[in-house]
Ligand binder design. Structure first.
Ligand code: ZN
Length: 421
């Protein structure tokens, strides 16, 4: 490495024990139950481009394959048409950083060696911990924890995923929560008491926040629906009457506002997915500007808004500017688009106070791909900060300080993380 400003910034970023601000990483237990994994399973979001290209999942596409060599022929055919996307480059960075790939692409000549290296490493009982703690040097990962599930505290800090709370008009979802809490929900008031008890029980066990990813299935827009309106809708659900789409949204909106209020009261962060969806998603529903009524009504609640709201990254930058209760969480962004992320960050550094930018969230399932995502993140951040110093009158001191804020300090403070020692 040279001694250009960019190189020095990159070295600084590499020296920082990073907090991963949004994680779906499989537990070490789950990892070794799945091991040994191979080049065909060590995938994350490229699966979505794979599906978009072939119109079927990789599992379906590989179903008639007799051998790894057969699977490689299928993957190779997909790569011929798709290898430019960031989702695939994330894989290439993984193979290069951890599995001995020296070329720029996976080819007939090298895929098998990469495949064998993945199988061999993933069967090693020390590998998972080494990748996470020694190679990636992750402090903790803010883990998306579904209702009633557990986590491994040596690797993770819990964020409780709350979408089932938006489905409590559905008798099955309601019965599940009633059973776990040993309560009955005879009214909206009792339902909200139950939700508060659930969130509080996770907080007692170390959870630092709640999360909604409703932008995958409905608009982020919600209104402060009055108690009596929501109570009447819920009473109709309890009576077994069918609810209209509008009624379901009213009930959901009321619950979303309730969750934002109790998050503030319990000193928990409210994480919300914005932007980027899956194939065939209704993109405008994910626009973070839809959150304005919620943000305005809950000034005492700290919101961590994910994914740069991409493609609404300029809009979310203005939320970061005007709403002191908004943290911009760069989870997922670098593997979605490195250039889009650089442009977003470049603008945000002019707009948003540095203590409210969270520079890294892996958002992937495998620890190896957490590390390669981190490599891509450090590279983009070094690019942007070097340019800010060279062109935009930011001091070197401020740029180096931002490295620490974005990769560690802001998250340690926002999520009250204890150092792992
Ligand atoms: Zn996620």
């Amino acid at each position: 490495m040279g001694d250009s400003l960019r190189d020095r910034l990159l070295a600084e970023l590499q020296s920082i024990r990073t907090v991963d601000c949004h994680s779906h990483t499989t537990s070490s237990k789950g990892y070794y139950e799945a091991a040994p994994i191979d080049v065909f399973r060590l995938m994350t979001y490229f699966e979505r481009d794979f599906q978009g290209t072939l119109g079927m999942s990789s599992n379906e596409a590989y179903v008639d394959c007799q051998s790894d060599a057969d699977k490689w022929q299928v993957l190779k055919g997909v790569l011929e048409r798709t290898r430019n996307v960031s989702y695939w480059r994330h894989n290439i960075v993984t193979y290069q950083a951890l599995f001995g790939l020296e070329d720029g692409e996976l080819t007939d000549a090298n895929w098998s060696a990469v495949n064998e290296a993945i199988k061999q490493h993933s069967a090693d009982p020390a590998w998972y911990g080494a990748v996470t703690h020694e190679i990636a040097d992750i402090e903790t990962q803010m883990l998306n924890v579904p209702w009633f599930q557990d986590w491994e505290p040596e690797y993770f800090t819990a964020i409780l995923r709350m979408e089932p709370a938006l489905d409590l008009h559905n008798p099955e979802t309601r019965a599940l929560l009633e059973g776990r809490l040993n309560r009955e929900f005879g009214s909206l008031w009792q339902l909200k008491e139950g939700l508060a008890e659930l969130v509080s029980s996770y907080k007692t066990r170390g959870s630092r926040g709640i999360k909604l990813a409703h932008a995958y299935s409905r608009t982020l827009h919600s209104e402060d629906v009055p108690e009596d309106v929501a109570t009447a809708v819920f009473a109709r659900a309890l009576a077994g009457q069918p609810l209209s789409g509008e009624e379901i949204k009213q009930l959901q909106d009321h619950i979303i506002f309730f969750l934002a209020r109790i998050a503030g009261e319990m000193d928990l962060v409210f994480d919300i997915h914005t932007g980027v969806q899956s194939n065939w998603g209704t993109i405008p529903e994910s626009d973070p500007l839809h959150l304005i009524p919620l943000l305005q009504a809950n000034k005492g609640t700290r919101f961590s808004l994910y994914h740069a709201g991409y493609p609404y990254s300029r809009e979310i930058g203005m939320l970061g500017k005007h709403y002191p209760n908004v943290w911009l969480n760069m989870a997922w962004t670098y593997v979605v688009t490195m250039e889009g992320t650089r442009q977003s960050l470049n603008e945000w550094i002019d707009l948003v106070p540095g203590y409210r930018i969270l520079g890294f969230g892996s958002d992937v399932g495998w620890p190896e791909m957490v590390y390669s995502h981190l490599i891509m993140a450090r590279s983009c951040i070094a690019d942007v900060l070097a340019l800010k110093v060279e062109r935009d009158f930011i001091s070197e001191e401020c740029a180096f300080d931002l490295c620490h804020k974005m990769m560690r300090d802001n998250a340690m403070e926002l999520y009250s993380v204890e150092p792992r020692g």
